[in-house]
Design a protein around this ligand. Sequence first.
Ligand code: NAD
Length: 260
Amino acid sequence: PLSGRVAIITGSTSGIGLGIARALAEAGADIVLNGLGDLGQIETTRNELADTTGVKVVYNGANLLDGADAASLVTDTLNQFGRIDILVNNAGIQHVSPIEDFPVDKWNAIQALNLSASFHTIRAAFGPMKAAGWGRIINLASVHGLIASPYKSAYVAAKHGVLGLTKTVGLEGAQFGITCNAICPGYVWTPLVEGQIEDTAKARGISRDDVINNVLLAAQPTKRFVTVEELGAASVFLCSDAARSITGVALPVDGGWTGQ
Ligand code: NAD
């Protein structure tokens, strides 16, 4: 359904971004991968994704902490493919600290990556999408775009900001075939979380199941992690023509977390 489309997914060298890139590639879109990491490993990922899906997959190493670099991710893609149809703003970082000790450099980096980078990529992609009369923008927010937890001031502030940006861009794109939506995941199963389970079980002397149900998933009623495949499928749906009337919304994929 997405063949002929070109998709940029920021922060797609691992985790959720890679899961979304895979789902969009399986749906036929050519893919621009982005993110940090070992260049050899990234090349292996790029080749594997291209081989298993048959679409064109390129890598762009733009560092999204820098606004000009973020914009260049889009302009490079336009130069390479001549179009940009789908933009998934996924790259993000976290830092946990009481506010009185919150490191100022961490605050600034989280605003730059989790919020401002999306402004810069959307700003660069919007004109070409408008000219084409079609565009899909998906911003990875979080349940923390809708509700707060203590000690995550920078992350919660940035993710709430992402939802404001999403609504505004939804309005600006409404008459031009462009939708802009946010996905708000709860706890997602990533290798990073997997590692935390083993460590926490050892540290607390409790079972793996107890860690999952009573520690990590205490707030998630399904007691099950969201998977990157589920987020990939949600993204493919938001990119479909069936979703053309859905814009400016925040879609929780959170196992019931925000229903409480
Ligand atoms: P991850 O750490 O596995 O991946 C983050 C990606 O961003 C990586 O590809 C990394 O290389 C890239 N990145 C980091 N700094 C960058 C920079 N300066 N420039 C370009 N790329 C950079 O994280 P994840 O768990 O897959 O999270 C992806 C998104 O989903 C984030 O926005 C996060 O806030 C959000 N999210 C995650 C969860 C969860 O439980 N994992 C829940 C809700 C929301």
